[in-house]
Design a protein around this ligand. Structure first.
Ligand code: FNR
Length: 370
């Protein structure tokens, strides 16, 4: 696999990537992507959580052949790093989600499409054919809209529903408040709504303003509770992943409520500030779940060594958010592919130098907390 971006000009480190992306994006757009909630304590803790963990490598273990494949829910992927659901990607690049979905397809990892996308489910499906795709669901205030979107994803051949549960309202995002910046108010992220028969039927008129107003009213649902998960299970045959779990008791409830997987995540520090870093939350959740369902992970993954640490703590696969969005800003589809390729290479090197030749053997790595 190779991409045509000039390798020399493509930023390698996360810091350089962020700087380059900043130059390509509007000030408001960059602030929206980069920032976290409140005073960004959790955003910082996500990174520090990885720095506190040290790998204790093994030697003389024949790492000539490294197998990076991972099997989740009966499906095998070539590599355990997936693209997190990120809304409104046209804010970052004119080809938005279509470019990142195509990059995921080229590498063979699932693309997780946000509810608040710049392209509809049907457009992404048409633009990427049969590559694996999952649909991230924000539970709508209007239940008919919720189930209509789930149904559309199922009809389009999407392979899982990711229900995000940490966004019953938007976090206190000071960067956006200070800049008076709201991508939804600017009209980004409405493609799935505008193409939804239940949503359009619920509108009195189809004026753009009315669509945006109704979307703003619909998008968050503070009443969300486990009964909705039970209802969702009845409405779809697709596996259901719950994204945003941090407490082992919630992980236990997820298993008891029959969900198919958990994504340990604090939304990249964008929702509730002053909380545990996602990587610190992971071990007790893995212990609680005890292999009953796959535990996936995101928030703070910036390089291959972070991937290895999260998998060593029991995550089956990880998602990256900001790194691929910056790749998208810098180089569109090619930029996202380049990011994924760099993650593959660094993860492979880290595994090899730590004496591990199979992703499924990563939990046997010794980690110490400094
Ligand atoms: C997100 N995230 C997110 N999550 C989700 O479930 N639905 C969404 O629409 C969005 N939108 C979104 C926009 C932007 C700009 C960012 C940065 C993030 C959260 C995302 O899925 C993931 O949890 C974090 O991005 C992971 O943290 P890192 O990798 O960015 O540190």
């Amino acid at each position: 696999m190779s991409v045509e971006l000039n390798a020399k000009s493509f930023p390698v480190s996360f810091a350089a990537l962020e700087q380059e992306a900043k130059m390509k994006m509007s000030e408001g757009g960059y602030g929206y992507v980069r920032s976290g909630a409140s005073h960004e304590e959790t955003l910082q803790k996500n990174a520090q959580g990885f720095e506190k963990l040290s790998i204790v490598p093994r030697m003389l273990r024949d790492v000539a052949d490294v197998d990076m494949s991972v099997t989740i829910g009966g499906r095998t992927y070539p590599f355990p790093v997936f693209l997190a659901p990120v809304g409104m990607q046209k804010l970052t690049h004119e080809e938005g989600e279509l470019a990142s979905a195509r990059a995921a397809a080229a590498i063979g990892v699932p693309f997780v499409q946000s509810t608040v996308s710049s392209y509809s489910i049907e457009e992404i499906k048409a633009g990427t054919n049969s590559s694996p795709k999952w649909f991230q669901l924000y539970w709508s205030r209007n239940e008919q809209v919720t189930f209509s979107m789930v149904n559309r994803a199922e009809q389009a051949g999407y392979e899982a529903i990711v229900l995000t549960v940490d966004t019953v309202m938007t976090g206190w995002r000071e960067t956006d408040i200070a800049a008076d910046f709201s991508p939804l108010k600017l009209g980004f992220g409405k493609a799935n709504y505008e193409n939804d028969p239940a949503f359009m039927a619920a509108l009195d008129n189809h004026e753009n303003e009315a669509v945006i107003q109704s979307l703003l009213e619909n998008i968050h649902y503070p009443n969300l509770n486990w009964s909705h998960v039970a209802e969702l299970k009845k409405r779809t045959k697709l596996p259901i992943y719950i994204k945003g779990i941090l407490h082992p008791e919630d992980a236990k409830l997820a298993v008891e409520n029959g969900v198919d997987g958990i994504i340990v995540s604090n939304h990249g520090g964008r929702q509730l500030d002053g909380i545990i870093s996602a990587i610190d939350a992971l071990p007790s959740i893995v212990t609680e779940v005890d292999g009953a369902i796959p535990v996936l992970f995101d928030s703070g993954i910036r390089r291959g060594t972070d991937v290895v640490k999260a998998l060593a703590l029991g995550a089956k696969a990880v998602f990256i958010g900001r790194p691929f969005i910056y790749g998208l800003a810098v180089g569109g589809q090619t930029g996202v592919e380049k990011i994924l390729e760099n993650f593959i290479e660094e993860t492979k090197i880290t595994m090899s130098l730590a004496g591990i030749s199979k992703v499924c053997d990563l939990p046997s790595i010794k980690l110490i907390r400094e």
